[in-house]
Structure formats: structure tokens, C-alpha cells
Design a protein around this ligand. Structure first.
Ligand SMILES: Cc1cc2nc3c(=O)[nH]c(=O)nc-3n(C[C@H](O)[C@H](O)[C@H](O)COP(=O)(O)OP(=O)(O)OC[C@H]3O[C@@H](n4cnc5c(N)ncnc54)[C@H](O)[C@@H]3O)c2cc1C
Length: 407
């Protein structure tokens, strides 16, 4: 089977690369094993953890960082196109390509963010919480949202908080078993009349306050239910991230996938790429678990298989490796250098990943593979957690590589 481009991995970076390639007329296949980091999504994409304007902070970035390979100007140019790119998939993102705003984590911690999904509470760049008096609401029996932590954090910032728990009889069947009372099941149950009743109960509970904060558990495949709850409630409704699984993250994944397919892309889910067929430092094709001897061929390939979390990069007693192509990896052989004994330090292993040249082309035994690129968290040279740049690297390297392939 022959395609123009094949992408290995269908998380954020794989889907953005796939959409970018389809938009430029390339017949593209995405093969993905399963769930991605988006299933754990906070609701905000991060570009870089800084108080400064990005244009200043990005100029100080280490040479090994994927942003440094792109150059600060290119990062900023592509970053400014992202809200529009996502809006074509039906995903509305708020934020600026100049500097961070702030988001609220499920534990009530305020953290910097680049772009935040429509409907979520955000705190502007000046750090001032937008409401003086709020209601923090949960659903009876839902254990992945902690109103007390959120209230404690907001009260420290001078916000007056009222807590409430909403009981909906329609969720009783989920409540009989705590493992069923999870965000994804709640999202399936709250729709139609139930949504109306939730809006009514929230309106009553939030009387006398400026807004109500609720867990982001509405709308698995579209933002319509979340928008409808806002429209039907008497006070402003603002969503806050929950512990995983993330309903808005799953929705983002599904909407990007559906957009890619509408553009003509082919998406194979639940299959794993296991090997590549190389000829003279060019990748000719790949094989997968489910398709046996069938070889999927293409002119160009993109490795978007993630890091340790998605098994795009793995570690054994012998070293760090990519399980598909045996590419060159940036990681020291000495295991003592993998970890810092201080748990909350920046951990060296977070920087490990696939080695690439300035164009994000990978290499095997020191030889560049002319048509195989790597993007997203498979790349080496950055720490997505400490630097707060995980989604930024995924989205921007994917857009950059899609552009390079079609240039
Ligand atoms: C748990 C978690 C939560 C995060 N939350 C945020 C957040 O809220 N905001 C933020 O800015 N950043 C966050 N990040 C950073 C994150 O890395 C990026 O946001 C981004 O989603 C990563 O996308 P990716 O496509 O590079 O990798 P992944 O999301 O890891 O996707 C890789 C995909 O490749 C597939 N795959 C792997 N091997 C194969 C194979 N052999 N064949 C076929 N498919 C394969 C996997 O199944 C997976 O679907 C988070 C990271 C993690 C680990």
C-alpha cells in the first residue's frame, strides 16, 4: 500500500503533522497503537514556562532544544498560526503568541499556559483572578475533582469561595460503584434534559456569587454540551481540569482525528509499527503487528511515537532505544547519569529521545535517514515538565516538519 507520507503515532504531534500534510495535498496515513498524552490533557497547551515575553525567553534557550533547531523567529511565526489551525477542526483556543496567561490545575495550583480550550477558567497575564466571589461545585460521588484544594488556593488570593455538591439522580447508577463514577461515563450521561437540570441546580447553588467553577466532564466528542450548560446557567460557568481521564483531551484527540479524516487522511487505530525497510539510508516502508507481511510504503515518514510514556522511547539494562527503527538516541550509556536522586529536580532522563539534525531528520549508526523525521515528545533535548513546553514542542515541530516535507 503506497502513501505520500506515513506518520507513526496518532497523538497531538502525529495528528497535527497529518493535518498539515493533508492540507498541502499529501496522501497521508497515520498508524497509532492507542491512547496518547492527550487523554491526560490539562485543557491548556504550554509553550514555555516563563514570565517574560516568549520573544525574549526563546532567545536564551539551550542549543539542543527543538525550539533552538527551529529558531526563535520560526517558533513565534508558527505559534501565531495555531489558534486558526485548530479552529478548522472545531477547536477554539484562547491565548496569545506573545506571552503566557495562567490556568488552574485540578489541585488549585496556578500555572502558566499558552493556549487554553474555550470554556476553561483562565487568569490573565496580570495574575488577577477574574472573580471576587465564586462557587466551586462538584457532582456527588465524583472523586477526581477536589473542591477543597481549589478553594484553599483561591482563598489565598483573596477570592471568597462557597463549596457545593450537586446531586443528579440520573447519575445514581454510576455512583453505586466508585470505579464507574469517572469523567468519561459522566460525560456520556449528562446531555439533553439532564444538562438542563444540572444548569438549574448550578444556578440555584451559585446564587450570590459571581461565577461557578465546575469539573470539565462535559462533551466527549464535541463542545456543544459544555457550551449549552453555560448558556442555560444564570451565572457564568467556568470549567476546571479534572484528574485523568481528561474529557476535553479525549475530545480534542477525536476532533483532530475526524478533521484529518475529513481532509482525506487515513487513520489506523490499534495497530503498532514494528519495523522499517531501509535501502541506502532511505526508509522505503514499514510493517505493523496487525497487517503481517503487508508493507506500507511512502516517500516520507514522520516518527511521532512519543516518549517513555507512550513507549516511543524505551529503556533497558543495555540503554535507551527506540523500539521500531533502532535510531540514534541522545542518552548517556552510564545509567548513573539518568536520574537525579532529588525527586523534584529536573530529571536528566526527561531530555532523552531520538537524535535529529537541524531539519529533524533522524539517523542510524551516525547516518542521516533522508526521508524520516521525528517530531513531538519523541525528540531529545528538552524537559516538557520543567520547561512547560510539551505541547508547544509537539505542535510546532509537527507543523515545521509538515512544511519541510512539502517544500
Ligand atoms: C501524562 C501526560 C500529560 C500531559 N499533559 C500536558 C498538558 O496538559 N499540556 C501540555 O502542554 N503538555 C502536556 N504533556 C506533554 C505532552 O508530551 C504533549 O502535550 C503532547 O500531547 C505529546 O504528544 P506526542 O504526539 O508527541 O506524543 P504522545 O501523546 O505520547 O503520542 C504518541 C502516540 O504514538 C503511539 N505509538 C507509540 N509507539 C507506536 C508504534 N510503534 N506504532 C504506532 N503508534 C505508536 C502511541 O500509542 C501514542 O498514541 C503531557 C505529557 C504527559 C506524558
Amino acid at each position: 500500500m503506497k502513501f505520500d507520507s506515513i506518520i507513526i503515532g496518532g497523538g497531538l504531534s502525529g495528528l497535527v503533522a497529518g493535518i498539515g500534510l493533508q492540507l498541502k495535498g499529501r496522501k497521508t496515513l497515520v498508524v497509532s497503537s492507542g491512547q496518547s498524552a492527550l487523554h491526560f490533557f490539562s485543557g491548556s497547551f504550554e509553550l514555555y514556562n516563563t514570565e517574560k515575553p516568549y520573544s525574549e525567553a526563546l532567545r536564551e534557550i539551550p542549543r539542543t532544544h527543538p525550539y533552538a533547531k527551529m529558531g526563535a523567529d520560526r517558533v513565534l511565526e508558527l505559534a501565531s498560526t495555531v489558534p486558526d489551525f485548530f479552529s478548522h477542526a472545531g477547536i477554539t483556543l484562547n491565548g496569545s503568541a506573545e506571552r503566557n496567561h495562567y490556568r488552574l490545575t485540578p489541585m488549585g495550583v496556578v500555572k502558566p499556559a499558552w493556549l487554553t480550550l474555550e470554556g476553561y477558567i483562565t487568569i490573565p497575564q496580570d495574575g488577577k483572578f477574574p472573580y471576587r466571589k465564586i462557587t466551586v461545585a462538584n457532582l456527588d460521588g465524583y472523586l477526581d475533582f477536589h473542591t477543597e484544594f481549589i478553594a484553599a488556593s483561591l482563598e489565598q488570593q483573596g477570592v471568597e469561595c462557597k463549596l457545593c455538591s450537586i446531586s443528579l439522580p440520573e447519575l445514581d447508577y454510576l455512583r453505586t460503584n466508585p470505579t464507574e463514577m469517572r469523567s468519561t461515563n459522566i460525560a456520556r450521561a449528562i446531555k439533553g434534559d439532564v444538562l438542563g437540570r444540572l444548569a438549574q441546580k448550578l444556578s440555584e447553588a451559585a446564587q450570590g456569587t459571581d461565577a461557578v467553577l465546575v469539573p470539565a466532564v462535559l462533551g466527549l466528542d464535541s463542545p456543544v454540551n459544555a457550551q449549552s450548560l453555560k448558556a442555560r446557567t444564570d451565572v457564568p460557568v467556568e470549567f476546571v481540569a479534572t484528574l485523568p481521564p481528561s474529557v476535553p483531551g479525549i475530545r480534542t484527540q477525536l476532533m483532530l482525528k475526524s478533521h484529518f479524516q475529513k481532509l482525506g487522511g487515513t487513520y489506523i487505530l490499534g495497530d503498532t509499527v514494528i519495523e522499517g525497510i531501509f535501502e541506502n539510508d532511505i526508509l522505503k516502508g514499514i510493517r505493523t503487528v496487525n497487517h503481517g507481511d503487508t508493507v506500507f510504503e511512502a516517500d516520507s515518514f514522520v516518527l511521532a511515537s512519543g516518549s517513555f510514556f507512550s513507549r516511543g522511547v524505551m529503556a533497558s539494562q543495555e540503554g535507551v532505544f527506540d523500539p521500531i527503527f533502532n535510531l540514534d538516541i541522545d542518552a548517556p550509556a552510564d545509567r548513573e547519569q539518568w536520574y537525579s536522586a532529588l525527586m523534584f529536580d529536573a530529571q536528566p532522563y526527561m531530555h532523552f529521545g531520538v537524535r535529529t539534525d537541524g531539519d529533524f531528520k533522524v539517523s542510524r549508526s551516525g547516518k542521516t535517514i533522508g526521508n524520516l523525521y521525528a517530531v513531538g515528545s519523541a525528540l531529545s533535548g528538552f524537559n516538557g515538565i520543567k520547561e512547560g513546553c510539551g505541547a508547544g514542542v509537539s505542535i510546532l515541530t509537527a507543523l515545521d516538519v509538515a512544511d519541510k516535507i512539502t517544500r
